[in-house]
Structure formats: structure tokens, C-alpha cells
Design a protein around this ligand. Structure first.
Ligand code: HEM
Length: 145
């Protein structure tokens, strides 16, 4: 037989556990914060731009681009994808890449350069994989359009 006090205690424990779980889930850090926030993301983007500058295939795409704008917009975009506190103010992936005739090989190559940029910024591989997972769904709006 349960008395009222025991039932109340059980209910209280359930409520407390629920509250604790919710608090844990909602206070979990964003990927952006886990990466190291603004400074780390800036470092990755700077490394990525250097990789592009020294890569003949990629440089060919960027030779007429405003690198200052690319730095700003790519950084915002990266921040948004990884759940950081930024608003992306650039164009959509379709608007930017349409007409560039980017192939699967070009796309994979850009991803390789980004991995290189993240390695040079000492980003652990488990975090790199999570960054790449945020970009994988963009494939369709970047290649063959
Ligand atoms: C996951 C992959 C990619 C992401 C997330 C991405 C993202 C972006 C972003 C955010 C911008 C700036 C947009 C703006 O200025 O409003 C941009 C610009 C650009 N992207 Fe990508 N990009 C990707 C792959 C590629 C690939 C594979 C190429 C070429 C091989 C490429 C070539 C360019 C070029 C040339 C620009 C500058 C465009 C201009 O000068 O107006 N991107 N990209």
C-alpha cells in the first residue's frame, strides 16, 4: 500500500529528474562553442582561404572574387551552420554557386581543403566530422547547378 506521502515523494523525484534532464539537454554547448568560438572559427576560415590561394583548381574559381566579402560571409555561414550566435547575411548557396558548374570532384576537393584548414587549426577529428555533417546536406544546392 502506498501512502500519500510516498506517492508525493515519487512524483517529486520524477519531476526533478525530468527537470535535470531538460537542463542538461538545453545547456549543452553548441558545436560552435565546442570548436572554440569566434577565434577558432576565424583561424579555420583564414587557413581555408590560404589553402584556396595555393590551390590552382580552387583559385581558378576565386580569381575574380572579393576575398574580403568571402571571408566575412563564409565566417557567418560557418557560424550559423555550427549553431553559433550569428546571422548569415550572404546570398543563398544556390544564388552563389549557380553557373559555376561545380562537379562532385570540385566539391570533394573543397571539403579536403577545409579538412586541411581544420587540421592546421588543431580541431579534433570528432568535431571536424560534425562540421562536415552540417555541410553534407548543402551538396545539392552547390554542385551541378
Ligand atoms: C560545403 C561547401 C561550400 C560552402 C558551405 C560554401 C559557402 C560559400 C559562401 C557562404 C560563400 C559567400 C556567399 C556570399 O558572398 O554571399 C561562397 C562563395 C563562393 N564559393 Fe562556395 N561554398 C562551398 C563550396 C564551394 C565550392 C566546391 C566551390 C568551387 C569549386 C565554391 C566556390 C565559391 C566561390 C568562387 C565563391 C565566391 C563567389 C563570388 O565571388 O561572388 N564554393 N561559398
Amino acid at each position: 500500500m502506498h501512502n500519500c506521502g510516498e506517492l508525493f515523494m515519487r512524483l517529486l523525484i520524477v519531476i526533478l529528474l525530468f527537470g535535470l534532464t531538460t537542463a542538461c539537454v538545453t545547456s549543452s554547448q553548441s558545436l560552435y562553442a565546442e570548436l572554440g568560438g569566434e577565434d577558432k572559427v576565424d583561424e579555420v576560415v583564414e587557413n581555408f582561404i590560404t589553402e584556396i590561394e595555393f590551390d590552382p583548381m580552387m583559385y581558378d574559381y576565386f580569381k575574380d572574387s572579393d576575398i574580403g566579402r568571402f571571408r566575412e560571409k563564409f565566417t557567418e555561414h560557418f557560424c550559423m551552420l555550427t549553431g553559433g550566435p550569428c546571422e548569415y547575411t550572404g546570398d543563398t548557396m544556390e544564388q552563389v554557386h549557380t553557373g559555376m558548374e561545380i562537379s562532385e570532384a570540385n566539391f570533394n576537393h573543397a571539403v579536403d581543403l577545409l579538412i586541411s584548414a581544420m587540421n592546421k587549426a588543431n580541431i579534433p577529428h570528432r568535431l571536424q566530422n560534425r562540421v562536415l555533417a552540417t555541410m553534407a546536406p548543402l551538396r545539392g544546392s552547390i554542385i551541378y547547378i
